[in-house]
Design a protein around this ligand. Structure first.
Ligand SMILES: [Fe+2]
Ligand SMILES: [Fe+2]
Length: 162
């Protein structure tokens, strides 16, 4: 039992999402290549750029927050979500139906991230890590905006195409 305090829990959740973001940077280029709709491709590419920034933001958080260091660990939930996206690529022929599946897979990723960053923001607040909280809130907003963007693409484009 290595997690005893809220600080420990914060570090655990932060290390988990750090691994998740790294996995996403490897998955998004594959998803972009697998997609057909140009707006969906550019949404994946734009979120890849954003994700690099989110990783840098976690590095910055570690720099500015005393006693917070990233532990080496693998986010197993993200491993599973990425696998589900790969399943769509393997099982669905390129085209609007695959695009719809890719959007669904990407939204599961966003929702996982929204839950995680929501928790991290709350913990940072409790621990009075004010700068960390601001950094986490910026990323949380990006994840929410991405989710909304994907929802719009799903309703406008993919539903018309199918
Ligand atoms: Fe992210
Ligand atoms: Fe994301």
């Amino acid at each position: 039992m290595n997690i005893k305090t809220l600080e420990d829990l914060f570090i655990h959740a932060l290390s988990d999402v750090y691994s998740a973001e790294k996995q996403i940077t490897r998955a998004l280029p594959k998803m972009a290549r697998a997609a057909t709709d140009p707006e969906l491709i550019s949404a994946f590419q734009a979120h890849l750029e954003q994700t690099h920034g989110q990783i840098e933001r976690i590095d910055k958080l570690v720099e500015v927050t005393e006693n917070v260091k990233i532990k080496r660990m693998k986010c197993l939930a993200m491993e599973g979500l990425v696998e589900e996206g790969q399943e769509i690529i393997d099982e669905v022929e390129k085209g609007p139906v695959r695009d719809a599946g890719l959007i669904a897979a990407a939204q599961k990723v966003e929702h996982y991230e929204i839950a995680t960053y929501g928790t991290l923001c709350a913990l940072a607040g409790l621990l009075q890590y004010s700068e960390a909280k601001n950094l986490l809130a910026e990323t949380l907003k990006e994840e929410k905006d991405t989710d909304i963007k994907l929802s719009k693409l799903a309703t406008i484009k993919v539903n018309i195409a199918s």
